[in-house]
Design a protein around this ligand. Structure first.
Ligand code: FMN
Length: 144
């Protein structure tokens, strides 16, 4: 099984979360490559069984949250053509509806959204391990 983890990050937390998730997936036998949104390798993405896309929470701390760098996700990711996809977001205090916003954005690219997780920026290690477990135990190939 192959996975690709793609992230948008402003101050490094989501990049770190992406690397941690990638390492946890590798440790569970899933071949995984990690890319920033702008550097995504389209062939690797096309060949991956699952995609995991992460971003950060951009808002006014308690309200108005939206996916950080959402414009870059829309700009640099190709159409996802029913790729089984999971979203994740990092946040500091309250993620609000940002995961829902990320799901909507990825769905608009054609991704088959299977779920997602909010990771508090102070608990990235434990949350990344839990996320890898959840993704792999829930994974079922696309029904085609
Ligand atoms: C401009 C800006 C707005 C933010 N708004 C929120 C917010 O509304 N709620 C929240 O929980 N965290 C908020 N944060 C915190 C970030 O989402 C959090 O630190 C995240 O892990 C940053 O990811 P990054 O290091 O990958 O950029 C904000 C950070 C910035 C820079």
């Amino acid at each position: 099984m192959k996975a690709v983890v793609i992230y948008e990050s402003r101050t490094g937390n989501t990049a770190r979360a992406a690397q941690l998730i990638g390492a946890e997936l590798e440790a569970r036998g899933c071949e995984t490559e990690v890319f920033p949104t702008r550097g995504v390798d389209l062939k690797t993405l096309a060949e991956a069984d699952i995609a995991i896309v992460g971003t950060w929470t951009d808002g006014a701390v308690l309200f108005g949250q939206r996916p950080g760098g959402g414009g870059n996700i829309a700009k640099y990711l190709p159409m996802m053509w029913d790729k089984p996809t999971y979203g994740f977001v990092t946040y500091a205090l309250r993620a609000g509806n940002v995961l829902r916003g990320l799901n909507t954005l990825l769905r608009s690219l054609g991704a088959d959204m299977r779920g997602g997780l909010e990771l508090h920026r102070k608990h990235l290690e434990t949350d990344a391990a839990d996320f890898a477990d959840a993704v792999l135990s829930a994974y079922q190939p696309a029904n085609r």
